[in-house]
Design a protein around this ligand. Structure first.
Ligand code: SF4
Ligand code: SF4
Length: 415
């Protein structure tokens, strides 16, 4: 039946694959399985077959579903095939042509509930209660791993949503902070560190209440119309700022591609920066200080959507070094940890093998501290570190930097 939506993979994008196979060694699922159908080339071939009239069926769903959307294949592709865009299109077709109860439930969560701050607040309070009462075993088996990776949640965490904090020192402009779907409730310390650092780097920081989830999870799962709505809402809510700062790498990567998702989205996309970019820049030009003492080693994990999509590797390391920490590499190839949004729930076997491999790599470094700039990766890594009984803390680089400044009672210059 071929494609039925206007989100389908574009014929020119599919035709740009010359079948050279250079991407295969970089693809985590091909490396794990050795299967052509679990490789970027195989997945593009399957998309081309549908474009030529083959049906969107269960086999096609399996081939697309095992992709992590890590986009390591894009980095090495000589034809610049926009694989992530093609895969989002294929997933949109699956959502349209093979809707079933499982997919409808996923839509409810990724495209509907994640937009509702009140629902996230209630769910978070419930999770906090299960943590307090140690009732994790009541959760469905597949969710227990994800729950194990969570930080201890608070029943009523403070939230910066709806607030504005003025710049300290010389003012450089207004930053809008993406509050995110779960960052606000689950990673409040990362928001606190972000706001404290940005105000000291000379920015007014505003967290508009009318913003919503960035839409990355919905887009990756095929709910393209919902992802468009979310992009349009955020364009209206955040577009007036000079910069839009995002402290979850998957979200900053998605918002830098808003041109694809909403009319006028290119204007917002041009203002989006990952928090590691803006903090590293402030350290480089002296608006934020460097600590020179060499503290403990920190193992640096590169989230795929920071490393492969945004090509950011240098900045988190500079921030950690400015925190007085000694950076240690986990994996120079930057293979995916297997988190990949809701992949760990949908493909637990492949996700688990990648998570275990990442935890083993961390064990080899001997470090008791791990930095990760993406919440999904943090959960996955903490879960697998704990399952291998490796005692290491996982935190965001800006969080570690802010903690170091506070513990040394260093007041950033704010000039
Ligand atoms: S490297 Fe690019 S052009 Fe070559 S097979 Fe992979 S996707 Fe196709
Ligand atoms: S996005 Fe990642 S898992 Fe998917 S084909 Fe590319 S390299 Fe493989």
């Amino acid at each position: 039946m071929s494609w039925v939506t206007d989100h389908a993979p574009h014929p020119d994008d599919l035709a740009s694959c010359v079948q050279c196979g250079l991407c295969l060694p970089s693809c985590p699922t091909f490396r794990l399985t050795g299967l052509e159908t679990a490789s970027p080339r195989g997945r593009l071939t399957a998309m081309s077959a549908v474009a030529e009239g083959r049906p969107v069926d269960r086999r096609f769903s399996e081939i697309m579903g095992s992709c992590l959307q890590c986009r390591a294949c894009e980095v090495v592709c000589p034809g610049f095939v926009p694989f992530g865009k093609a895969m989002e299109g294929a997933r949109a077709e699956l959502a349209a042509q093979m809707p079933g109860p499982g997919r409808r439930l996923r839509r409810l969560v990724t495209a509907r509930l994640l937009r509702r701050r009140g629902v996230i607040r209630m769910a978070s309070a419930l999770i906090a209660l299960t943590q307090t009462l140690r009732l994790k075993y009541l959760a469905p088996r597949r969710m227990r791993g994800a729950l194990s990776g969570l930080r201890p949640l608070s029943h009523r965490p403070p939230s910066p949503v709806g607030t504005t904090r003025p710049a300290r020192g010389d003012r450089r402009g207004v930053v809008a902070l993406l509050s995110g779907c779960v960052m606000d409730q689950w990673f409040g310390d990362v928001h606190t560190a972000t706001i404290e650092l940005l105000t000291r780097a000379g920015y007014d920081v505003t967290v508009p209440a009318n913003q919503t989830c960035c839409g990355a999870l919905a887009a990756h799962d095929g709910w393209a119309d919902d992802a468009r709505d979310m992009a349009a809402t955020n364009l209206a809510a955040l577009g007036g700022a000079d910069l839009v700062v995002v402290n979850a790498a998957g979200c900053s990567a998605h918002m830098k591609e808003y041109a694809h998702w909403t009319e006028g989205g290119s204007d917002l996309a041009a203002k989006v920066v990952d928090v590691t970019e803006v903090v590293a820049e402030a350290i480089a030009d002296g608006r934020l200080p460097r600590l020179h003492e060499t503290g403990p080693a920190v193992a640096v994990q590169d989230p795929c959507h920071l490393r492969h999509v945004q090509r950011i590797t240098h900045q988190p390391r500079k921030i950690l070094e400015a925190a007085g920490l000694r950076t240690v590499e986990i994996d120079p190839a930057g293979q995916c940890c297997g988190a990949a949004g809701i992949y760990s729930l949908l493909e637990p076997e492949l996700s688990g093998r990648l998570g275990q491999a990442k935890a083993e790599q961390i064990r080899v470094t001997g470090s008791g501290l791990v930095s990760s700039a993406n919440p999904g990766c943090e959960l996955q890594i903490r879960n697998h570190l704990s399952s291998l009984q490796i005692d290491a803390r996982v935190a965001h680089p800006v969080e570690l930097y802010w903690e170091a400044l506070r513990s040394h009672a260093v007041e950033p210059t704010g000039r």
